[in-house]
Design a protein around this ligand. Sequence first.
Ligand code: 5AD
Ligand code: SF4
Length: 359
Amino acid sequence: MLHDLLRRADESGDLTRDDILLLLGVEAPEQVRALLNVADAVREREVGTDVHIRGLVEFSNYCRKNCAYCGVRRGNREVERYRLEPDEIVSLALHLSERGIRTVVLQSGEDAYFTGEILADVIRRIKSGTDMAVTLSVGERPRADYAEWRRAGADRYLLRHETVNPDLYRAMHTGSTLETRLRCLNDLRDLGYQTGIGFMVGLPGQTLGDLADDLVFVRDFQPDMLGIGPFIPHPATPLGGCQGGTLEMALKCVALGRILTRNALIPATTAAGTVDVHGREKALQAGANVVMPNYTPDGLREKYEIYPNKRCLTEDPSGFQSGLRERILAIGRTIATGRGDSPKQRERADPPARLSTEN
Ligand code: 5AD
Ligand code: SF4
């Protein structure tokens, strides 16, 4: 039974919600191992040994949102707010490019200071000075802003859907709706962005059924990128006293994410590396193929504390050069040299030829 299911997961990834729920529920260590191994094999076959490096720059921790789980939520008065100047953002990106990093991820809270125009200018300057891919992760915006940034040259956009359960969504995001979130994701895809979704594992009130629904959404949306990590309670938030998610459940979700998407770009998240020192390597061996070392300047990085003890805080500032690279090579993987664009975007433009019995 489980054996047949795992074979189908391996061969086609064609799974129903019930299949997904059953796999999420496996607990015997050898069965969990078998699931993660299938995902590792699918990753190897579909996208090879390469791990893609994305340089993360958290350029502002101002945020108009008040997500219940997040340490930089508007209501947290203990956070010292900062924003980098456009010139600083551009020069950080140029610096990353000189070091051979071919994607910069520009992430921030929902900060109105960065108007469509200001951010478009930053994007244009990076794109004209380098051959880097630019990934944005700046939250919910009007379609016009997304369109302006796309015209300025932005390639990719990360906007985790967080949960497809509308009630859980509302409980976590006072005043925001799942509907708006999904509208944003549809706009992004429609505008030609390589689009990333994702969710946290272990939110208070989240059931195994909710996670199965998130994975069904992943299966149906077929995102270019997929970020999954454990929820980590932050003491200065309403969820500070709640239990966090486990690495094991997060790894099962990463594995199912790989099985269901086949060739998506899936990061070994910082959150996975925070709940377990080897969390990121474990994720890389359960389907993940991306890492996002943090290049936010020293002195600011610790202010972007969406959850406590973010692993990167204790990494060397030149982070990736020391340590992470060796750890990737030590598990038998290679470091990608290309830009690491989404294979799915290519497939959408140019669908694979179907084997046909006609003509
Ligand atoms: N623990 C883990 N992940 C978190 N995020 C926000 N707060 C936390 C937390 N406390 C995730 C959300 C968000 C992404 C930027 O970080 O999924 O989309
Ligand atoms: Fe703001 Fe993002 Fe944190 Fe929500 S998760 S409060 S949108 S920074």
